[in-house]
Design a protein around this ligand. Structure first.
Ligand code: SF4
Length: 81
């Protein structure tokens, strides 16, 4: 199982993750990225068919704001830092 969350404190709203993984990442009203699967709580397992997109977004994020873990984040993007 993989879970993901965006650290909105460091996201620079570049839009790259939304470009490569639109089924995972969207933008909130401030333009910051967020995980659309679970309103950026990191509690919904990412579907396996989206793992490649997730990896592309993770590797392409210029501010390392995308977090991935095998356990749920429960809204805390820095939980496993
Ligand atoms: Fe934010 Fe990173 Fe997504 Fe850019 S790629 S919008 S910095 S989370």
């Amino acid at each position: 199982m993989k879970y993901t969350i965006v650290n909105k404190e460091t996201c620079i709203a570049c839009g790259a993750c939304n470009d490569v993984a639109p089924e995972i990442f969207g933008h909130d009203v401030k333009g910051n990225s967020h995980v659309i699967l679970d309103n950026n709580q990191g509690t919904t397992a990412v579907p396996e068919k989206l793992y490649d997109d997730l990896e592309d977004a993770y590797e392409g994020c210029p501010s390392e704001s995308i977090k991935i873990a095998s356990e749920a984040f429960y809204g805390n993007a820095e939980k496993f830092d």
